[in-house]
Design a protein around this ligand. Structure first.
Ligand code: PA5
Length: 449
């Protein structure tokens, strides 16, 4: 059995059972397409069986590299964007202290190349100047501009600090086995290089070295993460009853709500450590489903914080939202409200109660309010956060995403739309081969003046 349960309590009245039947039937057919590699994008289904294929020796190699990094570096800078950094950041932040993504971990993980802001990168370079650091540069294509720019600047600092001959003790690359500028550069400098399998796309790559190396470096048990994913993979593969197969059920509900006008899904968490998990989830669903002028828009809220910002809209704005609530039952450590003599702040009614009890009541009250306000709430009950359960969650959402994309009628494993901004940017920056495009883009921009 797995640790993740779907509670449909706050969906009552939004649909009749018969309305879901067709979606459920199709979700089981989509599941078959995934396993038989018969659907769109079937060249990118390496993630489906991945948890069963990761061997002890691969885990050991990653752990040994993590030890080596910890041996000479206080900081590891992960250079990557999109699927090349969000998965590791999600798992690291979910399993680390909110204040010191560090002391309990082996190596502090920092991030670069997930945007091109000069202030951020200048500040990072200044910060690292007198620190011991290593770099893990991650790019499947090996040619993505944002991480390539960050890597060039960081590599230059590493060269100055450690000398060219020592780069192989400080820089690790994760990229394609054969092609791309990063592969070429890694070979030239003799860098230890981990491979992203050809049949696994960026946003489905958390359980490859893309995610596993930084996660191991942060001191998180990657064997347990993989074990959790394996438990979930075997459960979902073997369960053909769509009511019991949580991913099929989730995919069916999503597509039903989309079909009746709920075009925006918010992933809701009550635990700030899960903020980057939501960011990972947004990318997974946004890039997989938003194509052909259709798709649910995936958004996220951190509660109760955002009840004081977006809460008003969710409760009372346009009725286009449905929500998926990650209800995490037990915290890592609880905190008790003490009784204060005289009750100066009027809070003694909470004395003796824990913060987790209070959070649970806030969660129930909020789900009920949203439900009554016309927002269907899919509750995903999760007992607690640890590396094993994170592995289950990752695989659960990936599998549901594949099924959901097929239900929607798109190829969930490509991302053609991402190219448009790149082409315009390359043209404006004068990249070789984009000469005529440059004139075209500049003219279009002028016409808009
Ligand atoms: O999911 C994806 O494929 C993308 O988000 C990529 O991960 C992202 O664009 C980075 O690409 P690359 O790893 O080739 O640098």
């Amino acid at each position: 059995m797995t640790n993740i349960k779907l509670n449909p309590k706050f969906l009552k009245g939004f649909l009749k059972e018969t309305q879901l039947e067709d979606f459920l039937k199709k979700s089981v057919e989509a599941k078959k397409l995934l396993h038989n590699k018969e659907g769109a994008g079937s060249d990118f289904l390496g993630w489906v069986e991945l948890p069963n294929q990761i061997q002890g020796k691969q885990i050991k190699e990653l752990q040994e590299t993590a030890e080596k990094i910890a041996g000479n570096s206080e900081y590891l800078v992960v250079v990557g964007i999109g699927g090349s950094y969000l998965g590791s950041r999600a798992i690291i932040e979910a399993n680390s202290s909110s204040f010191d993504v560090v002391s309990s971990n082996k190596t502090k993980v920092l991030y670069a190349g997930h945007h091109i802001d000069p202030d951020y990168h200048n500040e990072l370079l200044d910060f690292l100047e007198d620190k011991e650091f290593s770099i893990n540069v991650i790019s499947k294509s090996g040619t993505t501009t944002e991480p390539a720019i960050a890597f060039r600047t960081l590599m230059s600092l590493a060269k100055k600090k450690y000398g060219e001959s020592n780069l192989k003790n400080r820089i690790y690359s994760t990229t394609d086995s054969k092609k791309g500028a990063l592969k070429k550069l890694s070979d030239e400098f003799g860098l230890k290089t981990f491979v992203i399998p050809d049949d696994i796309g960026g946003r489905f790559s958390v359980l490859t070295p893309v995610g596993l190396l930084p996660i191991a470096a942060a001191g998180i048990d990657i064997q347990k993460l993989v074990d959790g994913a394996r438990t979930m993979a075997s459960y979902l593969k073997n369960e053909n009853d769509p009511y019991a197969n949580t991913s099929c059920l989730y995919a069916a509900y999503r597509n039903f709500f989309y079909s009746v006008g709920h075009k925006l899904e918010i992933l809701v968490n009550y635990n700030p450590k899960m903020h980057y998990f939501t960011e990972w989830w947004k990318q997974l669903y946004g890039e997989s489903e938003g194509k052909g002028k259709k798709g649910i828009f995936p958004a996220g809220v951190d509660l109760t914080t955002d009840l004081h910002s977006l809460g008003q809209y969710i409760q009372d704005g346009e009725r286009i939202i449905f929500e998926t609530v990650l209800s995490i039952v037990s915290p890592m450590k609880n905190l008790l409200i003490e009784e204060v003599q005289g009750d100066p702040d009027g809070l003694n009614f909470l004395a003796g109660k824990t913060l987790s009890y209070i959070t649970n009541q806030a969660m129930k009250g909020t789900m009920l309010a949203h439900f009554e306000g016309g927002v269907p709430c899919i509750e995903l009950q999760v007992p607690q956060i640890n590396s094993e359960i994170c592995g289950e969650l990752i695989y659960f959402f990936e599998y549901a995403c594949g099924i959901s994309g097929y239900l929607l009628g798109v190829n969930p494993f490509d991302q053609p739309g991402v190219e448009d901004y790149k082409n315009n940017m390359f043209a404006l920056l004068g990249k070789k081969g984009y000469e005529s495009k440059k004139i075209e883009v500049e003219n279009k921009l002028k016409q808009l003046d």
